[in-house]
Structures are given as structure tokens and as C-alpha cells.
Design a protein around this ligand. Structure first.
Ligand code: NAI
Ligand SMILES: CN(C=O)/C=C(\CC(=O)O)C(=O)O
Length: 487
């Protein structure tokens, strides 16, 4: 069995215990992972705290930090194939997707490499004649990064990249489900030449490892991606250290199709939006809201596309839908489909698991018109689409916003003015018009409502890893006059 290690203070080390990682195609263990507990977490945070204030990291210029990030980007690009295979092996996400996504992760590091020496302070036009006042932008400090199992290299890159650009140090907690790619990525951090303690990567379980990390007194900021329930633990933990938080949580994203849309193109985007990554994407377009006059036609196109999707081994380039990452996830999908059917949703296609081993589930479409299906409110994080129809634009907007989540939305229409109205009216952090699930290092993402707060990607995210320091310099050589007046 392959064995992985944590990366703490520039060294590869076992954790206090070990656990087995499960291959989602067979349900059997394929690798042994280090389990970091409180003592390991403490060592990692202490290393990050020392590295933050000590040489060489604290005295590197921003340009030098950028050069290290460029080196890391090159290493990610060179090793993308190997990392992709590990992620596919450990999480079941199809190789077709992991190989292209991880190659693109290199561009995220490159983007933040370029930003490192563009994080500028400012000079304040102060209202006093004998003072120069300016704002310095300083690293926010030691950052705890807690990520889920899906797209771990992507979801950590949007934290590690900007945090390094800003001069922070960090402890990254890989998910206990599928940590292999992130633990392997630690070897690239090491090879790139980052000083010991700047980036520490551990894995372990939420209540022991994640909790110890997020409430650690030496942590200044917690960057979290995961489910809303876990986010509540993170926020409670942050009451211990008063760390700031950024939360990237789940979604129940609407995908709106008007009758005037190019239905073939919209159907391909909807298939990608809900069945890519076996639906295990936070931005999955999981609520189809389709104009009534084209509902039957559109569902027919979707049904025939869904039924010809190639389900199989995620390591095969031809596979389009692989297994869910964990048995727990698969059971959650099965149970929520059953509850939705019991509540009156009608099965258009799917709704079963294929025969054989592994955590597979067929691409599924539920027609939820006229029912109070729980699938309309609850995230599956799996390959299940819930469908509703509308007759007016106002009704479409109302249905789109009828959710506690607000992460992403898609609008398909040829009508430009309508697209603008919806784009403004939808309460979500990302609106895609006539496309879906497009991402870029340049474009921030993040949520409204239960989908969290804070933005990842883009320039703004790098600024979020800094805080300002106001510096006052008196420019007069005269002695300070009357000490008992405010100046
Ligand atoms: N908005 C976004 O960018 C994204 C959001 N997600 C969301 O993530 C969820 C799926 O991922 P899961 O791994 O199941 O999420 P999860 O919330 O169960 O776990 C996420 C991480 O939190 C850790 N954790 C668990 N309990 C903890 C505690 N008490 N204290 C500190 N850390 C703890 C876990 O060990 C894991 O590393 C979905 O809800 C999905 O929508 C996933 C990807 C992207
Ligand atoms: C967060 N994101 C885009 O804005 C996209 C992701 C991440 C994820 O949920 O896995 C994706 O669709 O892969």
C-alpha cells in the first residue's frame, strides 16, 4: 500500500496515528495516510508562527516571494499528470477532469506570483500640515486552511497562492477523504525552496485535527471550504482565537433556461453543470428552472444525453461519470433521492446505482413541479438534477432566489436586456450567462447567504490576506507643543 506523510517545518513526518484511504471504485483501502492530531497541529502552527517573523521569509522582498511562486507553478505544471492520477485514485474524480484542472492550477500559482510585488500600500492626503501618513499592507499572519475532498489542489491553490503572495505562513489541513494529492503537493513546495515552516500540510479528522487547528491561539485567519454545518464549527472555534474567517460553502445553484435559448447548447452546459465531477462541485447547477413551453423538449434532450453518459473507471480518459468520493456521500445521495420521490418528485431518468463494487450512482433527473421535494433545498453534492418550470420572468427570478444558498447561477437566453435584468436580480456570487462553470485565476468566486462570505481568486483575494498598518511620521523639527491638546 502506498504511504503518505505530513509536511511540518520543512520535514516529512508521520502523524500521531495512521488511517487507510479508500479507493471509491472498489470500496477497499489503497493507501495509508498520516493522521495528525493536536500535538502535530501544534508543531505545525508553531513552525508557521516562527517562520512568519524569522529570516529568511520575513525579509524576502515581494519580488523574491513571487519568484518562489513561479517556481512552484512550474513544478505543478510539470507534475500535473502525476498529481491528477493521485487525485483520481483517491477521490474518484475522473482523470479527464483532474488532468486539465490541475494543469490549470499551475496558472493560479503563476497569477499570484505576478501579484506578489503589486500589493501596494497607499499614501494618505492627511489633513495636518506637519505629518506624512501612509498605509502599509502587511501579511495577515498565520493562516489555517481547511479544505474538503473535492478539487483539493484547486481549492487550496486559491488560498495558498494569495497567502504566499501576501507574505503569510500557513498550515493546510487536507481532507481526511482523499488527501493524497495535497500531501504529494507538499513535495513540490519543498522542491520549490520555500523556507521551512512557511507552508505546512497535514491531514486528519475534523473534530481532532481541524478543530485543534481552527481554534489554535496562534492562528490569525481561517480560510475554510466545506459544508455549512462544518462552517458553524469553524466560526465557533474562531471565538477562541478571534481569528478572521473566509467561508466558501455549498450551493443549490439555479440554472435558468428561457424558451428563446439555444436549447442544444444549454443542455450541454446543464449536463456539464450537474454531472461533471459526478455532481461533486460546489457550483453544480443543481436546480433547473425551465420555461414551461420548452420544458418537455428540454427534458427530452437532457434525458437522452444523461442516458448515454459513459460511467466507468475514473482512470480511463473515456469515462464521463465516475464514482462518488465516499460511501457516506453515496448513501446521502440515495437517501435524498428516496425522500424526494416520497415527497412527490417524478423520476425522469436514473435513480439507481449500477451493479458492482464502488460508490457509483447513475445521472439522475427529478421533475419536481408540483411537489415539495427536499431535493430543491438540500445539496446533494452528487449527480442529481431537480427540475422546476416557470411561465414569467418574474417567476423565474423568484424561483432562482428561493434558496438559502447563493453561490452561482446560470441564465440561458438570447434576450440581452432580460439577461441584464436577471444578472442584477439573482442573489449569488457568480452569474454565468449562456455558459456555466467557467473559472479563471483572474475572476473571484464566493457566495451569498448560506454559501458563505469572502472571495477567492482575483486580486481582491490577495488583499484579503493582508491587513493595513497606519504609519504617522511627524515632519516638523519643532518641539511638540502643548501636550494637553489633541493633534
Ligand atoms: N464554495 C466552495 O468553493 C466549495 C464548497 N464546497 C462544499 O464542501 C462540502 C463537501 O465537502 P466535505 O469534505 O464533505 O465538507 P466538510 O464540511 O465535511 O469538511 C470540510 C473540511 O472541514 C474539516 N472539518 C470537519 N469538521 C471540522 C471541525 N469540527 N473543525 C474543523 N474542521 C473540520 C474536514 O476534516 C474537512 O477537511 C459541500 O457542502 C460543498 O458544497 C466544496 C467545494 C467548493
Ligand atoms: C469553486 N469553483 C468555481 O467557482 C469551482 C469548482 C470547485 C469545486 O467545487 O470543485 C469546480 O467546479 O470544480
Amino acid at each position: 500500500m502506498q504511504r503518505f506523510q505530513c509536511y511540518i517545518n520543512g520535514e516529512f513526518a508521520d502523524g500521531e496515528a495512521r488511517f487507510e484511504s479508500i479507493d471509491p471504485t472498489t470500496g477497499r483501502a489503497w493507501a495509508e495516510m498520516p493522521e495528525a492530531r493536536e500535538a502535530d497541529v501544534n508543531r505545525a502552527v508553531e513552525a508557521a508562527r516562527i517562520a512568519l517573523h524569522d529570516q529568511p521569509w520575513s525579509t524576502l522582498t515581494a519580488t523574491q516571494r513571487g519568484k518562489l511562486l513561479y517556481k512552484l507553478a512550474d513544478l505543478v505544471a510539470e507534475n500535473a499528470g502525476r498529481l491528477a492520477e493521485l487525485e483520481t485514485r483517491d477521490t474518484g474524480k475522473i482523470i479527464r477532469e483532474t488532468s486539465s484542472q490541475i494543469a490549470y492550477v499551475a496558472d493560479y500559482y503563476r497569477y499570484y506570483a505576478g501579484i506578489a510585488d503589486k500589493i501596494e500600500g497607499s499614501y494618505l492626503p492627511i489633513d495636518k500640515p506637519d505629518m506624512d501618513v501612509w498605509l502599509r499592507r502587511e501579511p495577515i499572519g498565520v493562516v489555517a486552511m481547511v479544505v474538503p475532498w473535492n478539487s483539493q489542489l484547486f481549492l487550496s491553490a486559491v488560498k495558498i497562492g494569495p497567502a504566499l503572495a501576501a507574505g503569510c505562513t500557513m498550515v493546510v489541513k487536507a481532507s481526511e477523504d482523499g488527501p493524497a494529492p495535497l500531501l504529494e503537493f507538499a513535495r513540490l513546495v519543498h522542491a520549490a525552496g520555500f523556507p521551512a515552516g512557511v507552508v505546512n500540510i497535514v491531514t486528519g479528522f475534523g473534530p481532532s485535527c481541524g478543530a485543534a487547528l481552527s481554534r489554535h491561539p496562534q492562528v490569525d485567519h481561517i480560510a475554510f471550504t466545506g459544508g455549512p454545518e462544518t462552517a458553524r464549527h469553524i466560526v465557533r472555534n474562531s471565538a477562541e482565537n478571534l481569528a478572521s474567517t473566509s467561508l466558501e460553502l455549498g450551493g443549490k445553484s439555479p440554472f435558468i433556461v428561457f424558451a428563446d435559448a439555444d436549447l442544444e447548447s444549454a443542455a450541454n452546459a446543464q449536463i456539464a453543470g450537474i454531472f461533471a465531477a459526478t455532481g461533486q462541485s460546489c457550483v453544480a447547477g443543481s436546480r433547473l428552472i425551465v420555461e414551461k413551453s420548452v420544458k418537455d423538449r428540454f427534458l427530452q434532450i437532457l434525458k437522452s444525453k444523461a442516458e448515454t453518459i459513459r460511467i466507468g473507471s475514473p482512470l480511463e480518459m473515456s469515462t464521463e461519470v465516475g464514482p462518488l468520493a465516499t460511501e457516506r456521500q453515496c448513501n446521502h445521495v440515495k437517501a435524498l433521492v428516496a425522500r424526494s420521490l416520497a415527497a412527490g418528485a417524478k423520476l425522469v431518468t436514473g435513480g439507481t446505482a449500477p451493479e458492482g463494487a464502488g460508490f457509483y450512482y447513475r445521472p439522475t433527473i427529478l421533475d419536481c413541479d408540483g411537489s415539495a421535494s427536499p431535493s430543491l433545498e438540500n445539496e446533494f453534492f452528487g449527480p442529481v438534477l431537480s427540475v422546476l418550470s416557470f411561465e414569467t420572468e418574474a417567476e423565474a427570478l423568484h424561483l432562482a432566489n428561493d434558496s438559502r444558498f447563493g453561490l452561482a447561477a446560470g441564465v440561458f437566453t438570447q434576450n440581452l436586456t432580460r439577461a441584464h435584468r436577471l444578472m442584477k436580480g439573482i442573489r449569488a456570487g457568480i452569474v454565468w450567462v449562456n455558459t456555466y462553470r467557467a473559472v479563471s485565476p483572474v475572476a473571484p468566486f464566493g457566495g451569498f447567504g448560506l454559501s458563505g462570505h469572502g472571495r477567492e481568486g482575483g486580486l481582491e483575494a490577495a488583499l484579503d490576506y493582508t491587513r493595513s498598518k497606519t504609519v504617522w511620521l511627524r515632519t516638523s523639527d519643532d518641539p511638540i507643543p502643548d501636550p494637553f491638546v489633541m493633534r
